[in-house]
Design a protein around this ligand. Structure first.
Ligand code: ITT
Length: 195
């Protein structure tokens, strides 16, 4: 069985592969370079389904999409679904996290609580759809640390850890992240529909 990963973000492809492949032996995971649909949904779930549906329709194969972002409590959940373009259309990860650090200024740790959210959506060409949701709680650091991962990882301190998400190894991040949790939630359905 083949499945297409409906994302153009190479960091997500890498993490999704490392999470998916051991969980779904026998499923061949393909990258997707078809057209990008307009992500105009009002939620992570809506946007994940838009991406998965478009890739399933374009390829005729089952498609898995990931819509994700960081939600900061004191900002009412922003950047949220706008995380990739928080500082502008260029999707500049450095500018995004600099803007977020500036927005939080010198607020103390108790005001810097946040979580990453990930929704993983599966769409089959016959219209069958499933979603899994994962949340990874923590807080926004005062300055960036670490070079692993991507996006907001250097400024995210996961609950229960003393180092940023960008200082975790890939294998630890991929066991505990919002992406890992979203997959865990949907793995039985993936096995049933793709297995
Ligand atoms: P696709 O739509 O092609 O999948 P994208 O990067 O535009 O790629 P999203 O719209 O879902 O995807 O935006 C997700 C953004 O949230 C991502 O660009 C990061 O800025 C942030 N993000 C999501 N997961 C993250 C993670 O594990 N670590 C750090 N930042 C993350």
């Amino acid at each position: 069985v083949q499945v297409v990963l409906a994302t153009h973000n190479p960091h997500k492809v890498e993490e999704l592969r490392r999470i998916l492949e051991p969980a779904l032996p026998g499923v061949e995971v393909l990258a997707y370079d078809g057209p990008e649909p307009i992500e105009d949904g009002a939620s992570f779930t809506a946007n994940a389904l838009i991406k998965a549906r478009a890739a399933a329709a374009h390829t005729g194969l089952p498609a898995i999409a990931d819509d994700s972002g960081i939600c900061v409590d004191v900002l009412g959940g922003s950047p949220g679904i706008f995380s990739a373009r928080w500082a502008g259309p260029a999707k500049d990860a450095g500018a995004n996290l600099d803007l977020l650090l500036w927005q939080l200024g010198d607020m103390s740790a108790e005001h810097r609580t946040a979580h990453f959210t990930c929704v993983v959506a599966l769409a089959l060409p016959d219209g069958t759809e499933r979603v899994g949701i994962g949340e990874w709680p923590g807080q926004i650091l005062a300055e960036a640390a670490g070079a692993n991962g991507f996006g907001y990882d250097p400024i995210f301190l996961p609950d229960g850890y003393a180092i940023s998400a960008a200082e975790l190894t890939a294998s630890v991040k991929n066991q505990i992240s919002h992406r890992a949790l979203a997959f865990e939630a949907i793995v039985p359905e993936l096995r049933a529909l793709l297995g």
